[in-house]
Design a protein around this ligand. Structure first.
Ligand SMILES: [Zn+2]
Ligand SMILES: [Zn+2]
Length: 235
């Protein structure tokens, strides 16, 4: 647990009472989500394909993801969707911290993941980061780090300006848009890394970032996301 983060949360709660980002219920200052929402969003990692991170019935391993394994803690629907949207709109960071800590707890039980050298958040362009005040992938990365003590690494990937957010684009444009990502300049020879982001949809972003990390020398890239989309489970 990060003492500084908790201190901020305690004082912030006096001004803006803490609420569940998924259902808006009031919460104690030190809770991230209400217990009903925690239960509703929970997805067992066994329900997902370990390699691509999608629901088993929508496995996309046939397109050969560049990352080696993947984990998500929720499906992108209902409560989880509200939590992630609140994080994107900067109204609440709770879902990011929660997802990061949950992923971290899962990683503690995975020897291969615990032996990684660092966590790499999918980058956001400088302008957008300034506008929002934070990169949501970085929030999740810090949540994972607070539990596992695996460091969050800088300068592994960067994102150029002027590219639109992936979720606003169609499939063709998304593929082109991945040109937005570039290596961050850090020598990653021999590194084993955890790449993290908020949502896994088509996998194009994760794939491109994993490819770039491997081009910079990374030996293995594991993907960790807060939510994975699943057409059949969307309501
Ligand atoms: Zn709730
Ligand atoms: Zn798969």
């Amino acid at each position: 647990m990060n003492r500084m983060r908790n201190c901020c949360r305690f004082f912030l709660d006096l001004l803006y009472p803490n609420r569940c980002p998924c259902c808006d219920a009031f919460l104690p200052w030190n809770a991230y989500l209400c217990s009903a929402c925690m239960e509703k969003i929970h997805v067992s990692p066994d329900a997902l394909c370990r390699k691509c991170g999608k629901a088993k019935e929508e496995c996309m391993c046939a397109v050969l993801p560049a990352y080696d394994e993947a984990i998500a803690i929720s499906y992108y629907k209902k409560e989880a969707k509200s939590g992630l949207i609140a994080m994107k709109k900067s109204t609440s960071r709770n879902f990011g911290w929660y997802a990061g800590e949950q992923i971290g707890k899962w990683i503690l039980e995975q020897p291969d993941w615990m032996m990684t050298d660092g966590i790499v958040p999918v980058p956001m362009s400088f302008g957008k980061r300034m506008l929002r005040g934070y990169n949501q992938a970085e929030l999740i990365a810090k949540g994972i780090a607070s539990v596992t003590h695996i460091p969050v690494l800088k300068n592994c990937l960067k994102k150029k300006h002027g590219y639109r957010a992936q979720h606003t684009l169609g499939a063709g444009a998304r593929a082109e848009n991945t040109e937005a990502f570039q290596p961050g300049g850090r020598d990653l020879r021999g590194y084993r890394l955890i790449l993290c982001d908020d949502i896994l949809t088509t996998g194009i972003t994760m794939n491109r970032c994993a490819e770039l990390l491997k081009e910079s020398g990374a030996e293995a890239v594991y993907a960790a996301v807060a939510a994975t989309t699943c057409r059949k489970r969307e309501e």
